[in-house]
Design a protein around this ligand. Structure first.
Ligand SMILES: CC(C)(COP(=O)(O)OP(=O)(O)OC[C@H]1O[C@@H](n2cnc3c(N)ncnc32)[C@H](O)[C@@H]1OP(=O)(O)O)[C@@H](O)C(=O)NCCC(=O)NCCS
Length: 159
């Protein structure tokens, strides 16, 4: 991740508020990942750049829940939604070169590896200097307008 685990409840509250504000601005969406009983196990973020026709993903699952397919299931749903938006032709994500689990999740979701971005992101859990990252994407062709596509993104209330 590009941030460290929160040190206080206040920090988490600020984070959640920031995510809600971003959602309301209409181009940066964060979903909580929950189990069927409603308990929180992770999150997924999708930042849409409409003018650039692309959307970037970030995600995490709580350590006790790793290895059960939760990230893959949640990512597939968000990617499917993203590619149904008329403005989105490319969904992409990066992961640390040593984050094999994340790379595997992206591959299971149909992403293709595009290459290595050298010294791309700081991952403070690992080091305080930028790390090499793998870049993955999934795209649709201009001619393949997805069913249910809209000319404009659905209003916030519809999402
Ligand atoms: C990366 C992360 C989201 C994966 O979540 P998850 O719910 O465990 O993912 P899934 O269970 O859907 O899939 C994990 C896959 O990675 C594989 N995997 C796990 N550790 C691995 C390793 N060290 N080497 C290779 N593959 C590994 C699992 O075997 C599984 O693949 P499989 O189904 O073919 O067996 C989770 O580990 C996480 O939140 N990590 C910390 C935050 C993070 O790294 N976020 C991504 C930033 S790019």
């Amino acid at each position: 991740m590009s941030w460290k685990p929160h040190q206080s409840l206040e920090e988490t509250k600020d984070f959640v508020k920031g995510r809600i504000d971003a959602w309301n601005r209409g181009d940066d969406f964060t979903w909580a990942v929950t189990k069927r009983d409603g308990s929180l196990i992770g999150g997924i973020g999708l930042r849409i750049r409409e003018r650039e026709f692309k959307a970037e993903l970030g995600y995490l699952i709580g350590r006790p829940y790793w290895g059960r397919g939760y990230a893959t299931e949640a990512l597939r749903a968000v990617v499917q939604w993203a590619l149904q938006q008329a403005q989105v032709f490319r969904v992409w994500a990066v992961c640390d070169v040593e984050n094999a689990a994340s790379a595997r999740v992206l591959e299971k979701c149909g992403f293709e590896k595009e290459g290595l971005l050298r010294k791309w992101n700081v991952h403070p859990q690992v080091s305080n200097t930028p790390r090499d990252c793998l870049c993955y994407s999934i795209v649709r062709e201009s001619t393949s307008q997805p069913s249910g596509a809209t000319d404009v993104l659905p209003r916030t209330a519809d999402r």
